[in-house]
Design a protein around this ligand. Structure first.
Ligand code: TIU
Length: 238
């Protein structure tokens, strides 16, 4: 049994640079861009020459965390990076960046690349959202840009986020930075986040927790999962 205390509904989760004071009723699990095009063999990510195994190691920890989070009755929000079928929300600069022969909106191995409604844009089956779990479709790297995420969080009284997903240095980092500037406390779980480049994963996490947690905290899913049963416990008098 974990000895961490629950006081006034707050659970102290081990993290760096120091413990994350989780307030379950005010915290959402934000699972970022766990999409087939990024994680599956034959998708957009692999087509660009990336090693998807670096991302696939996050699937099982995310699956376990998601099950525990749902069992505790807490809010889950999923995001997907992608664009309207007419590409009206795709910046021309994003379309041509990389000078790839095949780019966003073109036919790819799993349908049109990063286009909403296409198979490759979908969340991987291991983490399929349940009815009632908000799914944020975002045209950018950050989950707050041009989406209704902030309104959804405000309506539900959310002030903290546990962030997981891919990739650590791109969409996870951008989202955590956006959230930090909007006043949210963010805990990023290192085993549930991944990058095609291990060194970018390490540095992406280091940048978040540096300087006293300049953007947020870094922890592990095991510590969160171990402590979640406390959300159902009544506090005992000291
Ligand atoms: N979700 C996300 O991170 N989108 C990216 O484009 N990531 C890359 O690492 N390219």
């Amino acid at each position: 049994m974990h000895s961490a205390p629950i006081r006034h509904g707050v659970i102290a989760v081990p993290a760096e640079p120091y413990e994350f004071l989780l307030q379950p009723a005010h915290c959402a699990l934000l699972i970022i861009d766990m999409q087939r095009d990024f994680l599956e063999a034959g998708g957009f990510g692999e087509m660009l020459g990336n090693d998807v195994s670096q991302l696939r190691r996050t699937i099982e920890p995310n699956r376990r965390l998601l099950a525990a989070w749902r069992a505790a009755g807490l809010l889950v929000i999923h995001t997907r990076e992608g664009h309207r079928p007419d590409l009206a929300d795709l910046p021309p600069a994003k379309k041509i960046r990389g000078r790839s022969a095949t780019c966003i909106g073109d036919a790819g191995p799993m349908g049109r690349i990063l286009v909403r409604g296409e198979p490759g844009h979908d969340i991987i089956p291991e983490l399929t959202p349940l009815p009632g779990e908000p799914v944020i479709d975002k045209p950018g790297k950050g989950a707050f840009f041009a989406t209704d995420l902030q309104a959804i969080l405000q309506h539900r009284g959310i002030t903290q986020l546990i962030a997981t997903g891919v990739t650590t240095e791109v969409c996870v980092n951008t989202t955590v930075r956006e959230a930090n500037d909007r006043g949210y406390d963010c805990l990023v779980l290192e085993d549930c986040a991944g990058s095609y480049f291990p060194q970018f994963h390490e540095m992406g996490l280091a940048m978040i927790k540096a300087q006293g947690g300049i953007f947020g905290w870094v922890g592990t899913s095991r510590d969160v999962i171990d402590l979640l049963p406390l959300t159902a416990m009544k506090e005992t008098a000291p």
